[in-house]
Structure formats: C-alpha cells, structure tokens
Design a protein. Sequence first.
Length: 288
Amino acid sequence: MFQFICPPMPHYIIGSEDTYPAGGKHAARSNIGVFDLIVVTRGCLYMEEDGERIDIAAGHYAILRPDRPHRTAQPCLEETHFHWLHFQTVGDWSVMDERQPFAVAEQSHPFAQIEYFPFYLPRHRRLQAPQDIAEKLRELQLLHEQPSAHFRFVRQQLFQALLLKLQEESGGAADSPYWHIAEEAALYLRKHYKDPLRYKQMAEELHFHPNYIAICMKKAFGCTPLEYLTRHRIEQAKRLLIHTNEPIGKIAEDTGFGSFPYFVRCFGKHAGRKPKKFRMQYRSAQKD
C-alpha cells in the first residue's frame, strides 16, 4: 500500500477515459513523475510495473508509481474500457506492506502547529461499488474542462473525496486489525486524560485485554498507552500555559498529572524546558 503524509494532500493533475480493442496495448512509460490511477470498468488491462505483473480486471483499480517503468504485460483479450487519472504529491510518500507507527518531529512554535497524519491507499484492489468511483472520475473530467480558479478548487475537493472513497471502497481502513483498536484506545485516553490511567477500566470499555491494547498502540503509534497519554497531557498543558493565567500547579492538576514535580519532569523531557520558562517564552510577563 501507499502511505501519504498529509498535509499537503495529493493533488489532481489530469484525467480521462479510453477504450482498447481486443489486442490493444497500454503505452510503455518510464519514470513519468506522476502517480497513474487506472480504474477498469470493462474487460481487463494486463500491466507490468518494473517487472511486477498487475492485472486490472473490470471493477478493479491500480495505482502505478511515478518513479518506476510500466508497460503492457500482454495485449487485451477483449474490448477494455478504463478511466485514468494522474496525480502527485509534494509531501512524503512511501510503499509498505502494512501501516507503520507514525510520528513527526515536534513543531518549534505552538502557534504554528500543523496536524500531520498518514493517509493509506492500497496499490491495487477490487472495488465494492465501482460505479460510484467511475461517476466521480467522470465528474473530474467534466470539471477539468472548466478553466476558472473556482472550478480548479472544486476539482481538488472532488479529488480528495475520490481518494477517501477509494480507501473506503477498497477496505483500506480494515487492512490492519490492530489499527482500529489502537485508535479506539487513543480516543479513550484523550477523553479521560484528566483522570488517572486505569488499565482495567479502559479494557472493560474497549473489550480487549490491557496487554493486547498496549501491543496495538505500540504497533500503530510506536508508543504505549501511558506514553501516548503523557504526550497528550503535555500538549494540553502547553495550551493552558500560553492561553491562561492559571498557576502552573493548577495546570499540572487540570491536565492529569498527579504531582507537581512529576509534571515538571515530564514537561521538561517532552518540551525541552521547564513549564515556567516555556510560558515566559510566549508571554510578555508572567507571575506564578
């Protein structure tokens, strides 16, 4: 599957549709610099990407890489109709067998934080509702004929909806069973971050053993539930330090840290400075 780090989101470039007769061949290309999305609605395209065979039958799609050669593996055996679309991203992307723990470097300025996240798309898959995907591709093609900035903006919005639909239709969200459990655990921790972490209570609510929840979070986010909770508490503390005049001791209490010394240690470890120094960096004057 492909992993795209967003933002920025992948962006649409151009698209159309084509029909090959029996015996027809797809053009051979090499390192074209864009992702090539192909959705077959009738017949079958027999493709090869850098030596790897990829058969795209009716109701299936495939995404060919921008940095690899691809060509016809064998001519079409029957009349074959397909939609094609070129897209690209200026963000990071990679190919992997399954979802991997994702983390980005902390932003240096809390007012400039951007929420980065990974977006996953299987490289090729059967679609549950190919007619819906084909309809969106036709809409994109019609919008491409409209040159105004307004329609270019609408076109990119529709393309993002197409990517999300592809992920849903291909079952991409269910590829890794542990991912759903990890996300449910993360939601639980964010909801209860002011309370002491009780593994038994979390396990009862999620209906999984605490050890299994910890394994899932480690695989999905690269950290244990306690580490995830601590990071979230620190982020809440940063906002309170900047946006309120609350005493640091009260902020420690309000963000779920049981003791002031423990809060100071954790904050210094994650933020690189003590809470008071962090606050003074973004406040002209402060009394604690």
